[in-house]
Design a protein around this ligand. Structure first.
Ligand code: NAG
Ligand code: NAG
Ligand code: NAG
Ligand code: NAG
Ligand code: NAG
Ligand code: NAG
Ligand code: NAG
Ligand code: NAG
Ligand code: NAG
Ligand code: NAG
Ligand code: NAG
Length: 517
């Protein structure tokens, strides 16, 4: 039996403000019992957590580990499915989908679910929004890495050394700048532009430029952040191509350019391959913002840094100083050329009843839970292809890190099916109630109504493992309207290492008399 624990309060607690707090383990005990319950005034016996309905509220912060000891004195076997909580592949064995990721545990036995609550999707931002204090230097990058980065195979290095910042800089205080702006309506032009916190102004001292070190034949993911208070920066690296893979925290189809202009608040990640002769190369970070004639200190050409290959002298490049390729120009990044990733695989799900209203099928197959859970087959039997599963398991296998599109075509004879994908959010590219196909900013959720108007969903297999994908109407689901999406079987085996307590669940379940199963 499956017990769905509703955790809306838990999800509500997962917001950006609490996310940076230290990660802790949150321990809870739930006694799962059979007991009377009367949510609508009619008393019946329910399977209850701690005897109440709804069960006790569990709270935690993103990044924490939620550890739940479940103790069963109910009559039948159960599992707990932490519906709506995002579980990473490493802990998929604790996801609790019966016969997909685990066997149920029997009466009078206990099991502890340990669920790290994932990482922030937010990639980076900057601190201090307090008036123009920002311009006085109270600014810095905040970077949160995605350990499951679907683009991880595109680069070798992504660490503190690959964070690049550009910023405009004023010699006067921001309060005098603001007073000047109020009086003249002209934003003060900055005195200099900084690259990684270093720069020069016209007639000033020869401050050393910031150098970024690279090892030959290595691929770097550089995270370029505009920390300026008003200016745009046009950034290029002599003799190198920049492959843009992300903008403002969202993956893009990789695009090769020579020059990137960052405007207000923009961030880009680009991959640079250190494939040139060992030398020093200019990084051009050319500031523009306001009329340069308003500030004689500003010489935008002085905004620069150095890309230094391992083995090159600790010196400035010997090549001429330029502003780099022009933007606009043939090698410039144009926002209109950026593309969201498109599907690698397209599936069509035809749902219909077979014979009568008690057998539902997807593509002619009615899901029947296997005796041996999907995850056990993957981990123990090396199951890797659709042929390794019984047809009635309706298991669809994909490589890791691919975009999957599932189309439910319009079908006037069908009825509503709220389909739910475990462990992942999908994009609703087309909702049942609209003909519009939105691949630009579709909503993300994990249950959407597949109605008779037709629905199109997209998701990525960036979390390897078998994830249940089924109609959430219990009766339809029990009548076979279910499937399993298995992404990256090899990666699943690499990442998932369940404890012996989990391994004991299936033998213990199998040993139960049928009446207790
Ligand atoms: C559930 O009940 C057990 C036993 O009474 C108690 O130890 C535990 O704290 C309760 N759990 C919650 C979440 O309230
Ligand atoms: C579970 O334990 C209780 C109390 O010890 C006992 O009364 C009950 O029969 C047990 N249930 C099963 C299915 O073993
Ligand atoms: C700096 O502020 C002083 C006093 O407000 C002003 O006279 C001067 O022109 C300012 N300098 C620049 C470069 O804006
Ligand atoms: C970069 O390429 C140009 C020719 O396109 C060459 O003249 C220059 O020496 C190269 N720079 C370095 C540092 O090798
Ligand atoms: C700006 O700096 C560059 C590099 O040092 C120099 O070549 C150029 O002459 C400077 N511009 C002015 C107006 O002095
Ligand atoms: C899947 O369909 C989308 C359009 O909906 C298309 O852009 C994409 O190329 C298709 N992918 C494959 C692998 O056929
Ligand atoms: C519906 O069809 C299935 C498959 O043919 C059959 O096993 C079942 O008994 C039927 N149910 C009813 C209520 O007719
Ligand atoms: C389902 O079965 C029907 C009838 O045998 C067949 O025409 C159809 O192609 C099958 N559909 C799929 C997706 O296998
Ligand atoms: C496949 O599923 C069918 C239907 O449930 C069942 O009869 C059969 O025993 C299964 N075969 C295997 C190898 O599990
Ligand atoms: C689904 O879309 C169809 C066609 O637009 C509409 O008739 C139906 O009411 C919709 N159902 C739901 C549940 O939105
Ligand atoms: C992330 C960041 O610091 N973005 C800044 C980039 O520059 C604009 C002004 O040009 C600021 O408004 C952004 O906050």
């Amino acid at each position: 039996m499956q017990f769905l624990l509703a955790l809306p309060a838990l999800l509500a607690a997962l917001n950006a403000h609490t996310a940076l707090a230290a990660s802790v383990i949150r321990d809870y005990t739930l006694d799962i019992v059979n007991g009377p319950v009367s949510p609508d005034g009619f008393t019946r016996i329910g399977v209850l957590a701690n005897g109440t309905f709804p069960g006790p509220v569990l709270t935690a912060n993103k990044g924490d580990t939620l550890r739940v000891l479940t103790d069963g004195s109910m009559r039948l076997s159960t599992t707990i499915d932490f519906d709506g909580v995002f579980i990473d592949t490493d802990n998929i064995y604790n996801e609790g989908s019966p016969f997909v990721t685990t066997c149920p545990f029997g009466p009078n036995t206990s099991y502890t679910y340990e669920l790290p609550l994932g990482s922030l999707l937010l990639q980076l931002s900057a601190y201090s929004q307090l008036s123009v204090q920002y311009a006085d230097g109270l600014r810095g990058p905040v970077i949160i890495y995605d350990p499951e980065d679907p683009q991880a195979d595109l680069y070798d290095v992504d660490d503190e050394s690959t964070i690049l910042t550009v910023a405009d800089w004023w010699h006067n205080t921001s309060t005098s700048g603001l007073a000047s702006y109020m009086a003249t309506q002209i934003i003060p032009v900055s005195d200099s532009g900084l690259f990684n916190g270093a720069g020069r102004f016209q007639g000033g001292p020869l401050t050393p430029y910031a150098a970024v070190s690279v090892t030959p034949r290595t691929r770097y993911r550089f995270r370029l952040i505009n920390m300026s208070a008003r200016s745009s920066f046009t950034v290029s690296i002599d003799n190198h191509t920049l492959t843009v893979i992300e903008t403002d925290g969202v993956a893009t189809v990789p695009i090769e350019v020579d020059v990137i202009t960052l405007h207000a608040g923009q961030r880009y990640s680009f991959v640079l391959t250190a494939n040139q002769p060992v030398a020093n190369y200019w990084i051009n970070a050319i500031l523009s913002g306001g009329n340069p004639s308003h500030n004689a200190n500003l010489n935008a050409t002085l905004g620069r840094g150095i890309l230094r290959y391992e083995g090159a002298p600790d010196a400035e490049p010997t090549t001429p100083i330029t502003n780099g390729p022009p933007d606009p120009g043939p090698g410039a990044l144009a926002e209109s050329n950026l593309r969201a990733p498109t599907p690698d695989f397209n599936l069509t799900f035809l749902t219909f009843m077979a014979v009568n209203r008690t057998v539902w099928e997807i593509n002619n197959v009615s899901y029947i839970p296997p005796h041996v859970p999907t995850l056990v087959k993957i981990l123990k039997d090396g199951a890797s292809t659709e042929a390794d599963f019984n047809k009635s398991e309706n298991t669809f296998v994909f490589p890791a890190n691919k975009v999957i599109q599932v189309t439910f075509p319009p079908d006037p004879t069908d009825e509503l099916h709220p389909f739910h994908l475990h462990g992942n959010n999908f994009w609703v590219v087309k909702s049942n109630d609209s003909d519009v196909i939105n691949t630009v900013n579709p909503i993300r959720r994990d249950v959407s109504a597949m109605g008779n108007g037709g629905t199109i969903l997209r998701f990525t297999t960036d979390k390897p493992g078998p994830w249940f994908f089924h109609c959430h109407i219990f009766y339809h689901f029990a009548a076979g309207l279910g499937s399993v999406i298995l992404g990256g079987p090899d990666q699943t085996r690499q990442q998932v290492h369940p404890p012996s307590a989990w391994e004991g669940l299936c033998p213990a379940y199998d040993a139960l008399p049928p009446a207790l199963q």
